[in-house]
Design a protein around this ligand. Sequence first.
Ligand code: ATP
Length: 371
Amino acid sequence: MRIALIKGDGIGVDVAEAALSVVEAALGKVGQQAPVCDEINAGAGYFSETGLDIESDSEARIDAADAVFLGAIGLPSIRHADGTEISPHLRLRDAFGLYAGVRPVKAYPNAPQRLADPRAASIDLVILRESTEGLFYSAATHNRSLVVTDDEVQDVLRITRGTTTKLHTFAFNLARKRRERGRPGTLTCVDKANVFTSLAFFRQLFDEVKDGFPDVPVGYNYVDAQALDLVRKPWDFDVLVTENMFGDILSDLAGGLVGGMGMAACAEIGDSTGLFQPAHGSAPDIMGQDKANPLAAILSGALMLDYLSEKLDQPELGDAADVINMAVEAGFQDNALRPMEFGGDMGTRAVTNQILSQIEEKRPLRASLGA
Ligand code: ATP
């Protein structure tokens, strides 16, 4: 297994190293070798040293890898001449067509719950955010605004049949997989189909794909009502599929319900590869202080192993993902994971070491399953 590794800037470096050490330990636990890592230099630090935001042969090296793991990129203190931040990863999304942005939102015992209702303990949903078009089609880095004058700017919200059909197919398959794992497996289409032709099209394509998945229960919600419902009754949802900008906003809102950015894992998946990273940034306010919560990165490592298990047809890699997820769950259950982010006493290294010893202590997964 070959991983293109971009540690990036700030806490990205620390949490990427933490995640890779946990991935390696989990693979060892199921009798698999450590991945071969091809480390690609990128980010604001690299830009200030070289004038490049990522190594020039990076796309070929990503092509040669099975997946990409990224820490975090960008520092507010280092910018392009036009004031925008260094963000080569947005171009990678575009170049590799990483349309399926998977953002799990899960409550853990003893981690902060922002809602008083006891059902908040059962929050376990996934926001699937389209990640290459929608309103982000016009993100500044792409230079695609329709009108830019002194008096007016018009950005474009783009929905295409090709990308949206792939997104919805991914969403239905994800909902089905979650149902097989004992979750409700309900899929909700989140849009604004009552107001925008583009989003009515998004829903039309959802319905076209739906016909091929009669076993998956579906729902529909307008994005404004969905924001309300994510605060009122998030436990009622399982998989939400939505446009890029809506997904960007809703996933931060939902992440806030179960702690904070240090728990927000993320996968961005396309036809040929996947990029895995914590959803947070480089957090310059806490970098170099051993304060960052590495769990978002570690959980992203589990998402990567799950993806590789299917891509490479190696079920053991899925077992390694389970090892990580179970270590996080058990760590919170035992109150052995107390990240500083939540007012606890454990920094990046302590949290990582706790997960590593949790993995070490457990019997091999296959043995414990009786396999
Ligand atoms: P970007 O735009 O690159 O996503 P951002 O400016 O939105 O980044 P982050 O770098 O994600 O911001 O940080 C937002 C806040 O969350 C900061 O106060 C930061 O310290 C905190 N934060 C982010 N990630 C973590 C983490 N892993 N552990 C603890 N705190 C974090």
